[in-house]
Design a protein around this ligand. Structure first.
Ligand SMILES: [Zn+2]
Length: 392
């Protein structure tokens, strides 16, 4: 099968004859053609999509029998059809693939690392290297790559003989057999490759590193080129402008504005905690000391506040056992505290009767009851006034 995507990587529209069409599973069809411009998945570059006549091409694979196009409907064999490549997607792959070569070439030149993994995703391209790089180092490489892009250096595709190959210093992910295809950016990179590339570096437009993370003893660099880099820029600009409007800060000052907001929020948290503690101290002081069990229902206390209030009450000897509940009908948070009785045992007992969950220490237990206020009051009365021995 003629591979038009190598001879003419800019072919978006082509005529071809259907050599074979057979049904596959899931209602799809497997189509082989006399020639194709559809790139099959390989070398980190995803397959092309597009149409063959009226049929949608959803995937393309290189199989032992040749290049197989996966379509959503059958196409009569021996007919001539027009193939159309989803060009926006393919050109984006070409920009990213060529950009990745330049980036890997410059990393190899300065650090000697190999590219050991390459993946082109929908929103991200990742390149794995077998050595460490900091974000600053990756950005230095990015700057050098962009200079090469703007110098608009050519991209050369060659098929060297075995002898020529032996004298050639080129990057390769694996041992290669058969005819090797070489993609060269003169002065910047030489690499064995099976993907599609732009004709001159300028078409990459720009390359932007979006992240560097440690990966398998080396690093995984995330980057974007050309159209995808521009789309990413637009998304991030929108986000920054949104934050800028919300905080009434200039886009360049949003980090300072968010830092200030966080500091203010921490200060408010600390003020709120101090005031809540004071309020709970005053509430605690209102209860007289007592040897009887004490049940208190409070509005809108957080679990931490429940625990604090309960501790203040039982340590202040306001009850032999103190049960504080907060919540809404049917679901209450609770804290139970006592310095005389085992709260784990009480907790177990109350949980069983009030469809509850939770636990804690002998002094303090916390959890939730799936019960009504009436049920809680009834069980408290029965268990703590009727059968205190059960919890000792
Ligand atoms: Zn490649």
């Amino acid at each position: 099968m003629e591979k038009l995507y190598y001879e003419k990587p800019y072919v978006k529209l082509f005529e071809t004859e259907v050599a074979e069409c057979r049904p596959d599973k899931d209602g799809k069809y497997l189509v082989r053609l006399s020639r194709t411009a559809f790139y099959p998945e390989g070398g980190g570059q995803p397959a092309d999509t597009g149409t063959l006549g009226d049929a949608l091409v959803t995937d393309v694979r290189e199989c032992p029998e040749g290049i197989v196009h996966i379509t959503d409907r059958p196409i009569p064999e021996k007919t001539v059809v027009t193939g159309t490549i989803n060009w926006e997607r393919r050109f984006s792959h070409m920009q990213n693939h060529s950009g990745e070569h330049l980036f890997s070439g410059v990393v190899h030149k300065h650090y000697g690392y190999d590219n050991i993994g390459f993946h082109m995703g929908k929103d991200e391209v990742t390149v794995d290297f077998n050595g460490p790089l900091t974000m600053e180092q990756a950005e230095e490489v990015e700057a050098e790559v962009n200079e090469l892009i703007w110098q608009n250096i050519p991209v050369l595709e060659t098929y060297p003989t075995k002898e020529e190959l032996e004298t050639l210093d080129y990057r390769s992910k694996k041992e290669l057999s058969g005819q090797v295809r070489i993609i060269e950016f003169p002065g910047a990179d030489i690499c064995a490759c099976c993907g599609t590339h732009v004709m001159t570096a300028g078409e990459i437009g720009l390359l932007k590193v979006t992240g560097v993370a440690r990966y398998k003893g080396g690093v995984r660099v995330s980057l974007l080129c050309g159209r995808q880099a521009l789309l990413d820029y637009s998304r991030k600009l929108n986000a920054v402008q949104g934050i800028s409007v919300l905080l009434s800060a200039k886009p360049d000052s949003v980090v300072e504005a968010v830092t200030k907001l966080k500091e203010e929020s921490l200060k408010k948290d600390s003020d709120l905690n101090r005031l809540t503690r004071q309020l709970l101290e005053w509430k605690t002081a209102e209860y007289p000391e007592s040897d009887s069990p004490l049940l208190i229902i409070e509005d809108q206390l957080t679990p931490a506040q429940l625990r604090l209030f309960c501790t203040m009450l039982y340590e202040g000897k306001k009850g032999s056992i103190v049960l504080v509940c907060s919540g809404e009908e049917g679901l209450y948070q609770y804290a139970a505290g006592s310095s005389a009785f085992d709260m784990r045992a009480l907790c177990h007992l109350l949980n069983e009767r009030l469809n509850g969950r939770g636990g804690g220490s002998t002094l303090l237990a916390q959890g939730t009851f799936n019960a009504s206020l009436k049920e809680i009051q009834k069980v408290f009365q029965e268990e703590l006034y009727g059968g205190q021995n059960g919890i000792k």
